[in-house]
Write a protein that binds this ligand. Structure first.
Ligand code: ADP
Ligand code: GLC
Length: 486
């Protein structure tokens, strides 16, 4: 039996991306389709989404919804993969260029509750045959933006006395909870009793994330370790009790890598391509990167790269604290990202003080991200917490050894260069345990020590590049969940 599933998300690579969610939304549906599922996606009609879809046509007129006039549901296809994408056209809510969540001053839009309620509501309508030719059996909602979809499905089930679809809610990041003032609940057209501790209420406010966690039939998150961490008081973001209560419905399924996008052998965004057997192209990528960022063109300087949102989560303040360790040993650092103004400033200050060894650029650019992942010797991901993390997986594929904090998906994907692991030929990178400058500093020293032993470094690079973090195994696990539910 072919299972029909609708993925509901706010971003999708290559249409619109602010982080790893887009990579997953772009890669998981095709991986599921390849394995026999009938999967479509629902997205808000942001300008970049509407512009990137082919063959758009109207599926349904929805009238006035969440204060937006003339809302329509349209359907198109993603030119790169023929994936069928439903898109909600509601210009007064979505016709805003750039970041899908924040305005030009980096402030969340004041009407985000309405903007993303419409997303969840439309998903539930699709389950109720809004498109006469296709309806999902599974609604798979991602992060708080889609968190109301399971709630609207439960409300419809109660109203009609039958279930229209089963729901899965995937937590990509528990730190973003979609919390809004309680008075907005009245605009959501949900049953009054849903605003309760056993529902969407969260300490007197309205939480879209909690709605997803509470009303979905199954919860997944993006690594096994993060699935355990979020059930603890320390890392549960106030939702640990609910998550523990639902522990039997909760599983951690590791994200995969789309190796059609992230593969040094075929990557057109690199100055030179390379493979694990012929790494000379990687040296060219490093030289080009040093040049691009105005660093000293030393081929033997250990080059650390960071491609990241610059937020508290990513732990770059710790990297700043350990930076003397890198500079002292003749290493270099390239940081590329955007986010917190204070962090941006702090990074720029060190770059200014050490122009030969440290470079920082603010921005978001897919091509530069590839160039940095490929040209670095080490990709640093010192996150405080990390649900899965994708850049360390991309780094492995590019033979750029990841240096990571042992948390979340980072703990599940990188093997440290300890003496035991080196002896057993298991090492793929550098892992530090405690989130402290000394622990990070020691991991940095392990990186320099391994780099000094050329043949072992090369062998480790090759091992890293041989790791298979493709979507195969994880897509199978999602399919098993779908089958259990349907
Ligand atoms: P998160 O989703 O928490 O940001 P992930 O590691 O899962 O972290 O995914 C980050 C994704 O965003 C990766 O594809 C990474 O390459 C990309 N990315 C992060 N910062 C930038 C940037 N400044 N420019 C381009 N891509 C970026
Ligand atoms: C989130 C997490 C990141 C994860 C990504 C995709 O943004 O911060 O760890 O890899 O989602 O699931």
């Amino acid at each position: 039996m072919t299972i029909r599933a609708l993925h509901v998300a706010s971003e999708l690579y290559p249409l619109l991306k602010t982080g790893g969610l887009a990579d997953v939304a772009g890669a998981l549906p095709p991986a599921l389709i390849e394995r026999g599922a009938d999967v479509r996606v629902l997205l808000p009609g942001f300008p970049a989404v509407l512009a990137g879809l082919a063959d758009l046509r109207t599926v349904a007129h929805l009238g006035r919804r969440f204060d937006a006039p003339n809302v329509t549901l349209e359907q198109g296809t993603l030119p790169s993969s023929d994936l069928v994408v439903y898109v909600i056209r509601a210009d007064s809510l979505y016709d805003r260029p750039g970041n899908p969540y924040l305005d030009a001053e980096h402030v969340p839009y004041g009407d985000n509750a309405q903007r993303f309620a419409l997303l969840g509501w439309t998903a539930a309508q699709l389950a109720q045959q809004l498109d006469p030719t296709w309806a999902p059996q599974i609604v798979h909602a991602h992060d708080w933006h889609a968190g109301l979809a399971p709630a609207y499905l439960k409300a419809a089930e109660r109203q009609h006395g039958k279930a229209f679809a089963h729901s899965i809610f995937t937590v990509h990041n528990l730190a973003y909870q979609g919390i809004f003032p309680a008075h907005l609940f009245g605009q959501l057209a949900l049953p009054q009793d849903f605003f309760s501790m056993h529902g969407v209420e969260f300490y007197g406010q309205l939480s879209f994330l909690k709605a997803g966690l509470y009303y979905s039939d199954r919860i997944t998150t993006v690594s096994p370790t993060y699935a355990r961490e979020i059930q603890t008081l320390a890392q549960g973001g106030g939702l640990d009790a609910l998550l523990r209560h639902r522990t039997h419905d909760l599983s951690g399924i590791l994200n995969g890598v789309d190796y059609t996008v992230w593969n040094p052998k075929t990557d057109n965004l690199l100055p030179e391509r390379y493979t694990s057997s012929v790494l000379s192209g990687k040296h060219a990528c490093k030289a080009a990167l040093q040049k691009r960022f105005g660093l000293a063109g030393k081929s033997d300087a250990l080059l650390f790269g960071v491609v990241s949102r610059l937020t508290e989560q990513k732990g770059l303040d710790l990297l700043l604290a350990a930076l003397p360790e890198i500079i002292k040993r003749g290493g270099q650092l390239v940081v590329f990202g955007t986010g917190d103004a204070a962090l941006e400033k702090g990074l720029q200050r060190v770059a200014h003080a050490h122009p030969e060894s440290v470079a920082v650029e603010l921005g978001f650019d897919e091509a530069l991200a590839h160039a940095i992942i490929a040209g670095s010797d080490v990709v640093a991901v010192p996150s405080r917490f990390e649900p899965c993390g994708l850049t360390q997986l991309y780094a492995l594929a590019y033979g750029s050894l990841p240096l990571v904090h042992r948390v979340g998906g980072l703990a599940d994907t990188v093997v440290d260069a300890s003496l035991e692991n080196l002896a057993d030929d298991l090492t793929t990178g550098f892992v530090f345990e405690r989130f402290e400058p000394e622990a990070l500093g020691a991991a940095i020293r392990r990186a320099f020590a391994l780099y000094a032993r050329h043949s072992e470094w090369k062998a480790t690079q090759r091992r890293a590049m041989r790791q298979d973090f493709g979507w195969g195994a994880s897509a199978e696990r999602y399919l098993t969940l779908y089958r259990e539910l349907a």
